[in-house]
Design a protein around this ligand. Sequence first.
Ligand code: HEC
Length: 131
Amino acid sequence: MLCPNSGFWRAWLDREAPGSVEETTQHLANCSACHGPNAEGVPNMFPRLANDSSLQARDPTTISRIVLEGTRAPMTGERPTPSAMPAFGWKLNDTEISAVLSYLRSTHGNNAPAVSSDEVMRVRRAIAHNP
Ligand code: HEC
C-alpha cells in the first residue's frame, strides 16, 4: 500500500488528477472506496458524484449535511439491504469537508462554485442545535 503522502503518489496525482493534491488525497482516502476514484459510483449501490446535479446544487447545505451526518438509502423491494454512507463530521474538520466538496464540485464533469469552510461550519452548528 502506498502512503498517500509519498512522493510517488503525489507526482502521480499531480499528473493524473485535477484539483489540488490535498483535495484529491482527501477524496481518495475518504470517499473513493464507495463513490469510486473517478466519482463514477457503483450502480445500485453507491451514487455517482460525477456529473451529478445534487452535488452541484447552488445551496451546499444538503451535501454538507450528508458528509457531516452520513445518510442511508430508503429501503425498497429491489434493495432490501440499503447501502449507507457513514458520518464524517467527527473525522474531518470544516476545512477538510469544504476542500473535498469543492474538489468534487469542480471536477469529474461538475462545474459548481466552491463550498467555503464557513458554510460547512454553519451547517455543523445547525445540526448541533437541531439534531
Ligand atoms: C461506505 C460508503 C460511502 C463512503 C465512504 C462515502 N459515501 Fe457518500 N454516499 C454513500 C451512499 C450509500 C449514498 C447514498 C445514500 C442514499 O441513497 O440516500 C451516498 C451519498 C452521497 C452524496 C449525495 C449524492 C446525491 O446525489 O444525492 C454525496 C454528496 C456524498 N455521498 C458525498 C460523499 C463524500 C464527499 C464522501 C467522502 C468524504 C463520501 N460520500 C463517502 C456511501 C458512501
